[in-house]
Design a protein around this ligand. Structure first.
Ligand SMILES: [Zn+2]
Length: 421
């Protein structure tokens, strides 16, 4: 992919020319922006923006964000007055792979159409398969795919008894750390998941690998007798580590009276992050609704999207975000947890913002009103009146999804056409 750099002198030059010779500029000056999104309701939490702004893009980067940017300076102008405009969304927990169509999803088909411009693969591959994964999937995707490396060398292949995911000999800390160090731009941390034996080997080795590589840790955890959840989040995980699937039924986050357990608050105070990781089985309204009503909101909202969860219960990011909107979170809270919070969690603060100079990854979203049904992992439904839909996605300055045809003219105005030449 070609490297694009924003050239601020071009913007300054045009601004000067427009001020000095407004009439001449309309006919003689070449546009300085490749794309201008006009009139959208921008929600950019990092920059404290929640209101009407224009966004100009040049050379694949955000060139300018302002209340009003003249259309004259842009090659292409798209009116997004009926939409929300946010930084490209980040899905902190997703699954793509290279080993066969039985599990794999194509990143671009499943991310870009949902406004997701950055997806973090959560441990589908370990150190043994990572380079093949990178070559065949990550490097070919237009979506920015980052990875949490599975502490299991073989990755997520075999969680049954005797399978590699339960074999501590597969959990080679040094080998995992070497791979993280080899690809620091792509691998953002370590993942542990699906471990069944009732000991702490998988968690503790993953903690160690994250510590040695100075990256983040994500934990998927099934408590066992002698290996409890409270101990995990208060003792074994270190501040900044992420527990995913935390509205699932496997971990005891609320008590029999639906009260959020004291140790959840304690863990949050010590810096443990709680990620949704919806997936097939890990989002229950019966847990999420009481927890959110008591103020225990997720730190990050993610899908755990894979071949099964995308079907039932439809774990696309906008569907998952819509569930939280209908439970009562604000749109700004939901956007914060899919942009700036997610970027911070993986220590990539340059993502999830519309900073001038940042890579131009942008989502244009429609907030629909009506009657919408949402399905959870416990065979329960929630009827809501709001639904988020992605109308247009910009990745590195390029429009890659436009379901409302916002970027093109009505066909009868597109000029003469002949196929008789
Ligand atoms: Zn997962």
């Amino acid at each position: 992919m070609r490297v694009k750099t924003f050239q601020p002198w071009r913007a300054l030059l045009l601004a000067g020319v427009l001020a000095a010779f407004p009439r001449a500029a309309t006919t003689e000056t070449a546009p300085i922006y490749d794309l201008l999104l006009k009139n959208g309701h921008v929600i950019d939490v990092k920059n404290g923006r929640n209101g009407r702004f224009d966004i100009a893009v040049a050379d694949g980067r955000i060139a300018r964000v302002a209340r009003r940017i003249p259309s004259i300076g842009a090659k292409q102008v798209v009116d997004v007055g009926d939409y929300y405009v946010t930084p490209g969304l980040i899905d902190l927990h997703s699954h793509f792979d290279v080993f066969g169509p039985w599990l794999s999803l194509n990143p671009d088909h499943n991310c870009l159409r949902n406004g997701v411009t950055t997806a973090v693969d959560a441990g589908t591959s370990g150190w043994k398969g990572f380079e093949a994964f990178k070559e065949k999937t990550i490097d070919r995707a237009q979506t920015r795919v980052l990875a949490l490396l599975n502490i299991v060398g073989a990755g997520m292949y075999g969680s049954g008894e005797g399978g590699p995911e339960n074999d501590v000999n597969e959990m080679d800390v040094e080998a995992a750390v070497r791979m993280v160090r080899k690809y620091p731009d792509t691998i953002v941390g370590i993942k542990t998941a699906h471990y069944q034996p009732a000991d702490w080997e998988a968690v503790d080795r993953a903690v160690k690998a994250a510590e040695m590589s100075n990256t983040v840790l994500m934990v998927d955890f099934h408590p066992k007798p002698g290996r409890g959840y409270e101990e995990l989040i208060l003792e074994h995980m270190q501040p900044g580590a992420i527990h995913t699937h935390f509205y699932g039924r496997l971990t005891p986050q609320i008590d029999e009276n639906n009260k959020v357990q004291d140790y959840m608050w304690k863990a949050r105070r010590r810096g443990i992050l709680f990620d949704v990781g919806h997936g097939s089985g890990s989002f229950w309204f019966r847990i999420a609704v009481p927890a959110i009503r008591q103020g225990f909101l997720p730190d990050t909202i993610s899908t755990d999207i894979h071949k099964n969860s995308i079907m039932l219960p439809r774990a696309t990011l906008l569907n998952v975000m819509s569930k939280f909107l209908n439970i009562g979170m604000t749109l700004e809270q939901v956007i914060e947890r899919t942009t700036v919070n997610s970027a911070k969690a993986i220590r990539r603060a340059e993502l999830g913002t519309l900073d001038e100079g940042a890579v131009a990854d942008i989502a244009v979203l429609k907030l629909e009103r009506g009657r919408f049904a949402f399905l959870d992992s416990g065979r329960g439904k929630h009827i809501g009146d709001k639904n988020l839909r992605c109308a247009l996605t910009v990745r590195e300055g390029e429009i890659v999804w436009d379901s409302d045809a916002l970027s093109v003219d009505e066909w009868s105005r597109t000029g003469a056409y002949s196929n008789f030449k």
